[in-house]
Ligand binder design. Structure first.
Ligand code: G3P
Ligand code: CA
Length: 269
């Protein structure tokens, strides 16, 4: 009796996920092309130069990392500190937007990018939201209480959550943050980011636990194999694989029928 009940629950969850996430990406565009931090292989990551380059290379989506400043403004930067990607030092959360935007966010990559700045989320949306889909990563959201509300409000204010498309996808490694975001904006598809864990990899129990809030399960390339992709699909999720840097991996991933490829070099597709 109990096993019939579990079977019915499983069938219900898969059907629910299929209805929720099936028709949004036209088949012809699969796998979708996603520019990682823009075109981070060619330009300083998460800058306007990088996003423009990715669009030039024909991406369907821009992947960005969001954090929050001392004065509660959303900014686009990958690390919790500014040390690696700017000429400054310190934590994003300890600096104001004005202080962050005074920094050079490009010379570390190449001197010709010395004019690149850290972008605010609103500045980024002004310039790029109409041009491509957006894959928004909430980066270390536990450092920034309330970041989910801030992101949701910005998207709502701009009417970016309307319509039956996956134009905006929100992803994170932080499952609690994703659950909070899903409650705030249930129409925006959620992606759970996963890295390899132990010998067992990603268990069915874990996959089932994502079902209540996520539409995507997005694994690191080093953990994938055909069976894992099949299991992710079997549970009713779509999957975007990161971070792809080699052409031979693109060919392999296409054979695995994945739904999207996140790459630093969006022209390797
Ligand atoms: O889009 C997935 C990928 O960006 C997650 O890792 O470290 O590049 O933000 P990371
Ligand atoms: Ca990211």
């Amino acid at each position: 009796m109990r096993s019939i009940a579990s079977l019915l629950l499983f069938i219900f969850m898969v059907a629910f996920r299929m209805v929720k996430g099936s028709t949004r990406i036209p088949k012809s565009q699969i796998p979708i092309k996603i520019g990682h931090r823009g075109a981070a292989g060619y330009c300083p990551e998460n800058t306007a130069a990088s996003f423009k380059k990715a669009i030039e290379l024909g991406v369907d989506y821009l992947e960005i990392d969001i954090q929050m400043t001392r004065d509660n403004k959303l900014v686009i930067i990958h690390d919790p500190t500014i040390n690696r990607t700017t000429n400054g030092k310190g934590h994003v959360k300890d600096l104001t937007l004005k202080e962050l935007q005074a920094l050079d966010a490009g010379s570390w990559f190449h001197p010709k990018f010395s004019k690149e700045k850290i972008l605010s989320f609103s500045g980024f949306l002004d310039e790029f939201a109409e041009k491509t889909g957006l894959l928004i990563e909430l980066k270390k959201p536990s450092l920034y209480p309330g970041i989910e509300e801030k992101v949701a409000n910005e998207l709502l204010k701009r009417g970016l959550t309307k319509g039956d498309t996956d134009k905006i996808i929100v992803q994170s490694f932080d499952q609690n943050s994703l659950k909070r975001f899903h409650k705030l904006l249930p129409s925006v598809p959620i992606g759970v980011l996963v890295k390899k864990r132990g010998v067992k990899g990603l268990s069915n129990k874990e996959l089932q636990s994502f079902s209540t809030y996520a539409a995507y399960v997005n694994p690191k390339i080093t953990m994938i194999n055909k069976r894992l992709i099949r299991r992710i699909h079997h549970h009713g999720f779509k999957t975007l694989v990161w971070t792809v840097r080699k052409k031979k991996d693109v060919h392999l991933l296409k054979r695995y029928n994945i739904d999207g490829i996140i790459s630093d070099f969006p022209d390797i597709f």
